[in-house]
Design a protein around this ligand. Structure first.
Ligand code: ATR
Length: 281
């Protein structure tokens, strides 16, 4: 069948800037592999124009949107309904057009937990977790780890007030740990997640979000950064015998959850992971 055709459904990523986005290549590869009649484009939407964009989504019958910076919070305020995760986080990264009713979701934390299972066979239930950072990504991970039944979600952040918000999202397992006490909690952790921006890009000398001396074999250390693929934290963790994972799997799995929310079809995760790897190469 020739695509796009008269019946092809449209999805898009909206944000600013958005022209560098991986999402069109990733999602179109996934639509083709799954054999669904959808197409995906990138639409530059300036800050402040999100309400107009959603009027357009309704009028044009756009079936799905991915939402990125700077619109994640305003999307939570402008859609017709929210998933439980999006409501708790006050942030939307995916909108589903359900016959004219726009429902906002947030797939970041769910994608993270799914990537732990898929790549590392790691189930957070009953495990001790340390979460470094308390920005948007960290908050979604805190919520997801708490929901997955983690025994302890120790949030460490430079700014304490933000750490408290992330800790609350993790529910009864959540707590705040001062940066000065991080070596002890890391020594006892099964999972360490870096969701700060420390270690992103090139820096000389290499920057670490923590003192790595208590990282050890038997624990999993995940950095949600994917540029570089091996951050200084992951290099230090591997040196000490820990298992490691970078941000590639979370990126692919949060997109896979969006694909499934829109199409109702199981996402071709292998194709999506390869598309991410090709883009980063
Ligand atoms: P995102 O929404 O993409 O997750 P963000 O909201 O900018 O990103 O959050 C970045 C995270 O990295 C925050 O936890 C930030 O700490 P603060 O809450 O104290 O700002 C953390 N971060 C950034 N630079 C840092 C640095 N040099 N040292 C320690 N933490 C840093």
């Amino acid at each position: 069948m020739e695509r796009p055709s008269g019946t092809t459904r449209l999805a898009a990523v909206i944000g600013s800037p958005v022209r560098h986005s991986l999402s069109p290549a990733l999602m179109n590869a996934a639509f083709a592999a799954a054999g669904v009649d959808w197409v995906y484009v990138a639409l530059e939407v300036e800050a402040g124009r999100l309400p107009d964009a959603l009027v357009g989504m309704r009028a044009l019958g756009v079936s799905g949107l991915s939402v990125t910076t700077p619109h994640k919070q305003s999307a939570a305020a402008c859609v017709d309904g929210l998933s439980e995760d999006a409501e708790r986080l006050g942030a939307v990264n995916c909108i589903v057009n359900e016959d004219g009713v726009l429902v906002g979701h947030n797939t970041d934390g769910g994608g993270f937990v799914r990537s732990l299972a898929a790549v590392h066979s790691f189930d957070p239930a009953g495990r001790r977790c340390v979460l470094l950072g308390a920005g948007g990504a960290a908050r979604s991970i805190a919520l997801a780890l708490g929901r997955a039944g983690a025994a302890d979600v120790a949030v460490v952040n430079r700014t304490r007030t933000r750490a408290e918000i992330a800790g609350d999202l993790a529910g009864p397992a959540g707590r705040v740990v001062e940066p000065g006490d991080v070596v002890d909690v890391i020594g006892a952790a099964d999972l360490v997640v870096n969701a700060t921006s420390v270690g992103m890009g090139e820096s000389s000398p290499p920057e670490l979000p923590i003192d790595p001396t208590s990282l050890h074999a038997g624990q999993l250390v995940v950095d949600i950064v994917y540029r570089p693929l091996v951050t200084p934290l992951l290099a230090a963790a591997a040196d000490r015998g820990a298992s490691t994972g970078n941000g590639v799997a979370m990126l692919a799995h949060q997109a896979a959850l969006q694909f499934e929310l829109w199409t109702g079809v199981e996402a071709p995760i292998d194709v999506m992971s390869s598309a991410v790897a090709d883009w980063l190469r």
